[in-house]
Design a protein around this ligand. Structure first.
Ligand code: IPM
Ligand code: MG
Length: 357
């Protein structure tokens, strides 16, 4: 029997509540299907800072590196906002991504029929949306050097560097191509080439790679226009290929097409080691500990872990179907609630999903 080692990082805020649900899903699936799951929990984010004085301790990183896949909830809390940058939970997240070389972040946005009324956008606009944001995750302005704050001419001045090399652009483009070939063969590369040199290199490199590929239709869009088009006519998109910062912004925007950011999963991967599977949403400290969170984005991330990380397609489909069934019955956490929905808590949503598995 196959034995999978999964590291679970429940992190901060609503993290432990939504992790509890995904943990039960993992265990139920390992009972039902012919594999065994070993879950190792490690501290990560603010909670790790409190215990070990750093958000991404070596012990946690080592466990992650020797696992088959990592399931992460979310990190951060207002109370850590005043810490020095290197101690902040978000910096720990960037360190994890960078140490594991997770250069490709995949964020699928699909509209579930049951949630068509949950979006703030009109039904006609969102009904055919099925897109994937492929975001570069270990480069660009998030990691560029030099960065910092200096004193100059009697004032503070801060700076960051947005930089990409052709090899970084090439490898993320290759991921987008692979994904597009399993879908509708359309890639929209998003940049700001009308203003930024780094974006011009991005555009030229993507064009050069795709020139040789007759199957894929490539178009380019400036990021400001892409934001507008995502609201105006989101179903025109299939695969959106973009850099770290633009992908961060556009993926939150895309999340709202689906009704709630509490619905959007993601996978951060490379071509070799274990990947990190995590919801796109943050740690929502304002509702933490109240059993109000929506556990679905993390449950869908667990489905992605099975599909992409472990190639256990059946397990992934079982989770997706269970979630669909619960939503079709009208159950909603409060972030998704409409006038006719049955509002339930995070743990109740978890029970309902597990009962359908
Ligand atoms: C995300 C998050 C992170 C990011 C934060 C928490 C550092 O917003 O995964 O989208 O900006 O990448
Ligand atoms: Mg983000």
């Amino acid at each position: 029997m196959k034995n999978y080692k999964i590291v679970l990082l429940s992190g901060d805020g609503i993290g432990p509540e939504i992790s509890e649900v995904s943990k039960k899903i993992l265990l139920k699936l390992s009972e039902k299907l012919d594999f065994n799951i070993e879950i190792k929990e490690e501290l990560f984010g603010g909670i790790a800072y409190e215990r070990y004085g750093e958000p991404a301790p070596q012990k946690t990183l080592d466990s992650c590196k020797s696992s088959d896949a990592i399931l992460l909830a979310c990190v951060g809390d207002f109370k850590y906002d005043s810490l020095p940058r290197e101690m902040r939970p978000e910096t720990g997240l960037l360190k994890l991504r960078s140490e594991l070389e997770l250069f490709a972040n995949i964020r699928p946005v699909k509209i579930r029929k049951s949630l068509i009324n949950s979006s703030t956008l009109k039904k006609e606009v969102i009904k055919n949306v099925d897109l994937i944001v492929v975001r570069e995750l270990t480069g660009g302005i998030y990691f560029g050097e030099p960065r910092g704050v200096i004193n100059i001419e009697n004032e503070k001045r801060s700076f960051n560097t947005m930089t990409y090399g052709t090899s970084e652009i090439k490898r993320i483009t290759d991921v987008a191509i692979k994904i597009a070939k399993k879908r509708r063969n359309v890639i929209c590369s998003v940049d700001k080439a009308n203003v930024l040199e780094v974006s011009q290199l991005w555009r030229d490199t993507v064009s050069e790679i795709l020139e040789k590929d007759s199957e894929i239709t490539l178009n380019h869009m400036y990021v400001d226009n892409a934001a507008m088009q995502l609201i105006k006519n989101p179903s025109q998109f299939d695969v959106i290929l973009t850099s770290n910062l633009f992908g961060d912004i556009l993926s939150d925007l895309s999340a709202m097409l689906s009704g709630s950011i509490g619905m959007l999963p993601s996978a951060s991967i490379n071509n070799k080691g274990p990947g990190v599977y995590e919801p796109v949403h943050g740690s929502a400290p304002d509702i933490a500990g109240q059993d109000l969170a929506n556990p679905i984005a993390m449950a869908l991330s667990t489905a992605m872990l099975f599909k992409i990380g472990l190639n256990e397609i059946r397990a992934s489909e079982i989770i997706e179907n269970a979630i669909d069934k619960v939503l079709l019955k009208g159950y909603r956490t409060s972030d998704l609630a409409g006038s006719t929905s049955k509002i339930i808590s995070c743990s109740e949503m978890g029970e309902k999903i597990i009962n359908e598995i």
